[in-house]
Design a protein around this ligand. Structure first.
Ligand SMILES: [Zn+2]
Length: 765
């Protein structure tokens, strides 16, 4: 479930939209000022240890680890998956961590029978097989490779006409309605991209389709972008993207929602599992898709629907008749999470966690091993510093998750099992999930925005003589669409970090346990994409992604420094002014969404009255006018705005108290007094959780951060309100506002309580 490309795009969108925020404490580049959350004395010592850490990261180590971990296919339940977990365990132990494997039993379907065939107008049977390439030494491990499939597709055997649905999003079906084409009783063929893959069968099923085929169009990740593999790095014609289509009700084992999948856990029946698709779905290559798409007649596909295949794209169905059969082995499989602890010297009950997953769809050199090897290298170096006398104040926990690809299985079951402890002890979770050459990118809870900006300012880009922070910021400016956006980026002290949806193992930490989280990585530069295919292997990675492993070094430096900085801080380095600024932006976005919808629907209704659609339509083609929509009523966002205002005031007060305590000449506060402040700080992120969770998705407890029910990986901030707005249920959306406003008021109170403690401590040093 690697999501680098998603992160980059989310990051850019958010950068483009950000506004000025008055930072109460200036950024502290260079080595003279205090680090955020540190005393003068502790800053100096910390800088020395961090420099030692960064200097000690060795690219060759990560290259060697990748060669070992990606040597064979290692999906959930495979022999090499377990072997890898044990190998990682040995590395963590070698580094001096107290490490163990924690295992869970989860539902993991694997393919038993897969058929895609066209019965009419011309018989054709899809190969559903990625070919061995002589030049690629691991592409021939056919016996161990998982066949191409979408995990958690329901079993089915269906035959029907074929309809092309573009990316298979809800708006694509509105276009189909305009063309007078229904997918009821049909099998749809959608292309990968633009929406998370699980949304495609979900919306198709809601629209009455009986089956779903997803193919990789060369426009998305094939020859349209550059030379394909093995000449270049892009997906070859028979390459297929595997992947989970688990629905978005909750991540983790479908049979144990909300509780750890331990041997004695109560399990729901398979027929009761909410996250399995309603219709069968299979992924195919464009070599297999081409005969199907070529056979379609009916209307020519709208211009934005056309991909890069050498055909005229039609919507269908015409005389096509397609047979789709999917049958899985619905087995329970073990997942092996590797958990490694370095006990804190002063506050062992405060945990800083760092993780990446180790399972892959096949060999998975990029996804996930390129991230996993940095985590292993960080642990090695932290262990080395520990031997030299470095003692982190807080406990550090390094994690290698299993079962991320099918649906965040390993991390979710672990978080569900240890939820109470995490809520008592969790300070932050720092995630990565793969890595490539390119630009630094971060998403996260915005109490850590300041911190990750500080760290990025101190890491040097391996290929340019500037910091990764400068490079990311200039990249954002280069991509800004107008002067106003460029100005906003230039004025803001920090780069606005992305909002986390549901793309990787941070989800259970932030959305279920309320632990502040970051997701970090480099990417966006390689001319390559073999995502979730047999070609994502060591040969491909070391030729096209990061041949010298210097961006691996940059990620290890970034991840490890972040962990050290949080673990050693006198005062946990959360920041709330930036958080308040982001909350304000989310509310502005909601208001804009309402206004846009009001204008859009009013305009459309007017055009219907004018007879515009009939007048401009070509009478020789079918064209259905869009439906009349009721113009949305005004909503009362006041409770939300008051909530944001309260958080803003409290944040300003906290940041002022902190600046006062950290100003030149201020006496250092004794650590015993700071301990009380830290305990208070740890409750603040937890305050965002609600008992009931999101309406209709109660597993998701966080009031601000959540994936969208129809965006999957993509985030829907303030989802309780926003999801109803997307569904045009305005009264329901309006009814959610007061409760959300109340959460923000509670957060303001929690911040105030930490400020009171801090002021008290600073007054009596
Ligand atoms: Zn991944």
């Amino acid at each position: 479930m690697n999501s680098i490309r998603w992160q980059v795009s989310c990051f850019l969108i958010l950068c483009l939209a950000h506004s000025t925020v008055a930072q109460t404490i200036p950024a502290a580049p260079g080595g003279t000022t205090r680090l955020y959350g540190y005393t003068t004395k502790s800053s100096a010592a910390q800088r020395e240890w961090e420099k030692k850490f960064q200097d000690g990261i060795v690219p060759a180590n990560m290259r060697n680890s990748m060669q070992r971990l990606a040597a064979r296919p290692h999906h959930v339940g495979s022999p090499y998956d377990k072997d890898n977990a044990e190998w990682i365990l040995a590395r963590f132990k070698e580094s001096g961590f107290d490490a163990h494997i924690e295992s869970f039993q989860v539902l993991f379907p694997t393919p038993k029978e897969r058929v895609v065939e066209m019965l009419a107008p011309t018989p054709f049977r899809a190969k559903l097989q990625e070919p061995v390439l002589a030049i690629d030494p691991t592409s021939n491990q056919t016996a161990e490779q998982l066949p191409t499939y979408n995990a958690y597709s329901i079993d089915g055997d269906v035959t029907g006409p074929l309809v092309y649905v573009n990316y298979g999003r809800r708006e694509d079906y509105e276009d189909l309605d305009r063309l007078g084409i229904s997918v009821k009783g049909a099998i749809v063929i959608a292309r990968y991209g633009k929406s998370w893959r699980g949304i495609k069968p979900k919306v198709a099923g809601e629209r009455g389709a009986i089956g779903c085929i997803i193919y990789s169009d060369p426009e998305d990740d094939g020859y349209y972008n550059g030379d394909d593999y093995p000449k270049g790095g892009y997906r070859p014609k028979e390459g297929v993207q595997r992947g989970s289509v688990m629905d978005t009700d909750h991540p983790g084992d479908p049979l144990t929602p909300g509780v750890g999948a331990t041997p004695d856990a109560k399990r729901v029946a398979l027929s009761e599992a909410k996250t399995i698709t309603r219709i069968p779905v299979l992924p195919i290559s464009y070599a297999d898709a081409l005969p199907l798409l070529s056979a379609l007649t009916g209307p020519v596909a709208p211009e934005p629907w056309r991909g890069a295949l050498p055909i005229t794209y039609h919507v269908g169905p015409g005389a096509t008749k397609v047979h789709l059969k999917v049958v899985s082995n619905w087995d329970s499989k073990p997942v092996y999470d590797v958990i490694a602890t370095m006990r804190g010297s002063e506050s062992p009950d405060q945990w800083v966690l760092r993780g990446n997953h180790h399972d892959a769809w096949v060999n998975g050199a990029e996804d996930p091993i390129s991230g996993m090897v940095t985590v292993i290298e960080e642990a090695r170096m932290l262990g080395k510093l520990h031997k030299q006398g470095w003692n982190p104040k807080r406990t550090i926990i390094y994690c290698a998750w299993d079962g991320e690809e099918p649906g965040l299985l390993g991390s979710t079951e672990w978080v569900e099992t240890h939820r109470e402890d995490l809520q008592k002890h969790g300070v932050a979770y720092v995630n990565s999930d793969g890595n490539e050459r390119g630009f630094f990118d971060a998403g996260g809870s915005h109490d850590l925005e300041r911190l990750i900006n500080d760290i990025a300012r101190e890491i040097t880009d391996p290929e340019k003589d500037i910091s990764v922070w400068q490079r990311a910021r200039l990249y954002a400016i280069s991509k800004a669409k107008d002067q106003e956006e460029r100005e906003k980026i230039r004025k803001r002290a920090d780069i606005r970090i992305g909002t986390l949806g549901d793309g990787s193992d941070y989800t259970p930490f932030l959305d279920f346990a309320g632990v502040s989280a970051l997701d970090i990585g480099y990417g966006g530069e390689p001319d390559a994409d073999a995502y979730h295919s047999i070609y994502d292997d060591f040969y491909w990675y070391s030729h096209f992604l990061d041949p010298n492993f210097v961006y691996a070094r940059a990620l290890a430096q970034t991840g490890g420094t972040t962990v050290m900085r949080i673990a050693d801080a006198d005062l946990i380095p959360y920041e709330y002014a930036g958080l308040a600024d982001n909350l304000a932006k989310y509310v502005t976005d909601l208001e804009k969404l309402l206004k846009d919808k009001q204008e859009e629907f009013a305009e459309r209704n007017l055009e219907l009255t004018e007879g515009l659609f009939g007048a401009v339509a070509d009478p020789t083609k079918t064209s259905v006018p869009p439906p009349h929509e009721n113009v949305p009523p005004f909503m009362n966002f006041a409770p939300l705005k008051n909530g944001v205002e309260a958080v803003k005031k409290s944040a300003e007060r906290y940041q002022a108290a902190l600046a006062n305590a950290q100003k030149d000449g201020a006496k250092d506060i004794p650590s015993s007094d700071l301990a009380a402040v830290n305990l208070n700080l740890m409750t603040i992120q937890r305050t965002f959780l609600t008992q009931l969770g999101l309406p209709r998705r109660p597993w998701f407890k966080h009031a601000i951060y959540a994936p969208g029910a129809y965006t999957g990986y993509g985030a829907k901030p303030m989802a309780a309100v926003r999801e109803y707005m997307d569904e045009k249920k305005w009264a329901e959306a309006d009814a959610q506002v007061p409760a959300l406003g109340k959460v923000l008021q509670d957060v303001a109170v929690a911040i105030d309580s930490a400020t009171d403690q801090l002021e008290k401590a600073a007054a009596h040093p």
